[in-house]
Design a protein. Structure first.
Length: 159
């Protein structure tokens, strides 16, 4: 004779299988609807996006402007005159540098505030006390470079 505990265990196992199958089916259905994959950089007429390759790109600081006491706007020039960033909204840039006195590379993500068709990439960076990346970026002067890599995002489409 089945005890209540054994009956409960069999009910749990009996409902777990179909629930897992239904969940897997929903995931597969939603993934098949959005089969376009990660967003590719937007192409403007006659301009070539910089971040088509997977490697790091060296950007030169063109201008730095203090916004308030701890925030700076950094405007980086793209490597080519006919280039654009081509980054979609909410894309990220992975920065790479060696902080002063450090032995290891420092990596940080930043979101550009410039438009995708701009010949510049603009970052708004808040300096944190003892922040390795933010302090390094705040100490950059004109003509110094920063290595960045684009992190692709999924495309956003209105329903």
């Amino acid at each position: 004779m089945a005890t209540p505990r054994r009956l409960l265990a069999s009910v749990s196992l009996a409902t777990l299988g179909p629930a897992a199958a239904a969940s897997a089916g929903l995931v597969a259905f939603n993934m098949s609807k959005s089969s376009s994959g990660p967003a590719q950089p937007q192409k403007s007429l006659g301009q070539k996006p910089v971040f088509l390759a997977m490697g790091f790109v060296s950007l030169t600081l063109e201008e730095a402007r203090m916004v308030n006491y701890d925030t700076k706007e950094l405007k980086f020039k793209l490597p080519r005159d006919d280039a654009t960033s081509g980054l979609t909204p909410v894309s990220s840039l992975l920065t790479r540098h060696i902080a002063a006195g450090a032995w290891f590379l420092t990596f940080r993500l930043y979101t550009p505030i410039s438009t995708p068709d701009s010949p510049y990439i603009t970052l708004l960076v808040k300096q944190y006390p003892n922040g390795r990346a933010s302090t390094h970026l705040h100490n950059l002067v004109s003509r110094q470079t920063l290595n960045v890599k684009a992190i692709p995002k999924l495309p956003y489409k209105a329903n």
